[in-house]
Design a protein around this ligand. Structure first.
Ligand code: FAD
Length: 434
């Protein structure tokens, strides 16, 4: 390609599409490059879509986006091997005109999102892998090289929206490769069932949806979570744990998923289903402390490639869309002032991101990832087992006086963790959460 572009976006996931769309809508000449056969073909998500962040890009998205179910219920489960203790929140308020959260299937959703990017005027090239960043003699990024025979393609700025692996950025030494204790490996299956069966299994009507998020002994003492999302005609079920924990324990992701599916609280939900898809993907989980340099001479990085993922609240795509949009708005600002795309001028992206929920939320929970990781045995094994036993002791009516039952429960906690351990855990958790 001979012509020069205002911006090249690497990747057509949530962050890349948000960035390309925003810049194209503002009249910039944008080239977007995606290695997959089509946008979404390589992408994995649970998946919950957060409407607010998409509305900021495509206000009328509900008219034609491939949405599955709007969420009316959230279930949090703390599990041991035979039980779960849950907090469920369901509200009729979520049956609103403009629902706040939907389940989606990324392959379909990304295709649709990409069609909006094209409609806005961006050039989108799929089946094109960016192999290298092109730089000038001063090290400024001036474009990219791809696996096509077109040679270098030049642009004023390159938006790195290449996802969690971020090979391009790490090879170019713009940031470090994500460390095994800062990324989770998640596996997911799609279980197909007739629509009415799904609605009966999850107590839903129409397009109502439900999400189950589960932690406990299902991750065998590793830092991780399982999830179950009801779509229209299939159920997404998966589990993910920190990669360093897999290395330490020798557990396998598919082994965990298999056990999760056979758990007595889970098996009835997917009973009779047919598995048609299986996928695996990394998730950035290092939080605020893992965020790399976000901009430089001729480049910015967004989404998972920038480790912008809120593992505590299980949000990623919304941070990706927001960082993509904000980076694009920063670029438009620099361009409209006719300034060059230098690190100094692009630093406005970081300032704008710092003011958004993306950095504020990650900063708030900056100590949580390390706390969870270094105390995984306690939080994901010991406490779930203790809570399960306490609950069973509480609800089982067997003639034991209640005061005695309470003593037994308290003793089980103290024996397992000691008073110092219990207060220490509570203190560390409260401090990391604040
Ligand atoms: P991606 O969506 O990964 O997109 C990166 C794109 O770049 C890909 O299309 C890839 O093919 C392309 N690419 C990479 N390298 C190159 C290259 N060299 N040249 C050209 N193209 C390239 N988030 C939520 O908000 N809700 C959820 O329910 C949720 N569930 C999840 C469940 C799982 C199992 C996983 C793995 C993640 C989940 N996430 C969820 C996180 C969410 O999927 C990510 O945060 C989000 O997809 C990040 O978007 P992105 O655009 O940064 O990266």
């Amino acid at each position: 390609i001979e012509e020069k572009f205002d911006a090249i976006v690497v990747g057509a996931g949530m962050s890349g599409n948000a960035a390309a769309l925003t810049m194209a809508k503002r009249g910039m000449k944008v080239l977007q490059l995606e290695r997959g056969e089509y946008a979404g073909s390589k992408n994995v998500q649970g998946a919950i879509l957060y409407a607010d962040m998409l509305e900021k890009l495509i206000p009328d998205f509900r008219d034609d986006a491939p949405l599955e179910r709007h969420l009316v219920e959230q279930r949090f489960w703390m599990m041991d091997d035979r039980s779960h203790f849950g907090v469920h929140y369901r509200s009729e308020d979520f049956n609103e005109e403009r629902p706040n959260r939907y389940t989606i299937i990324r392959a379909q959703f990304d295709k649709w999102f990409s069609s909006k990017v094209r409609e806005a005027g961006a050039t989108v090239l799929c089946e094109t892998t960016v192999t290298e960043l092109a730089r000038d003699a001063h090290g400024k990024v001036i474009g990219v090289r791809t696996d096509r025979r077109d040679g270098e393609i030049h642009a004023d700025v390159v938006v790195l929206a290449e996802g969690v692996n971020g090979l391009l950025g790490t090879h170019a030494r713009l940031r470090e490769r994500p460390k095994p204790d800062k990324v989770a490996l998640a596996v997911k299956e799609m279980h197909f069932l007739p629509r009415e069966t799904i609605e009966a299994h999850f107590n839903l009507k129409g397009d109502e949806g439900v999400v189950v998020e589960a932690a406990g002994t299902i991750s065998r003492g590793m830092t991780g979570m399982g999830f179950i999302y009801a779509n229209k005609e299939c159920i997404s079920i998966g589990i993910g744990c920190i990669v360093a924990d897999f290395q330490r324990t020798g557990e396998t992701p598919y082994g965990l998923l298999d056990r999760f599916k056979r758990h007595p609280s889970v098996a009835p939900l997917i009973e009779g289903s047919e598995v048609k898809e299986y996928s695996a993907h990394l998730i950035p989980e290092g939080g605020y402390k893992a965020i790399p340099q976000l901009y430089g001479d001729g480049w910015v990085v967004v989404g998972d490639a920038a480790q912008l993922n809120n593992a505590i609240h299980r949000e990623g795509s919304n941070l990706a869309m927001t960082s993509g949009r904000i980076a694009a708005e920063a670029i438009v600002q620099v361009k409209s002032r006719r300034q060059p795309m230098t690190a100094a001028n692009l630093s406005v992206y970081k300032k704008m991101l710092d003011d958004s929920f993306v950095i504020k939320d990650l900063k708030k929970h900056r100590d949580m990832p390390m706390l969870m990781h270094t105390n995984s045995q306690n939080f994901f094994l010991t406490y779930p087992q203790l809570v399960s036993r306490a609950m069973q002791n509480y609800v089982r009516v067997d003639g034991t006086p209640k005061a005695e039952k309470e003593k037994v429960t308290l003793r089980s906690f103290v024996n397992a963790r000691s008073w110092t351990g219990l207060f220490g855990d509570a203190f560390r958790l409260a401090r990391a959460w604040r």
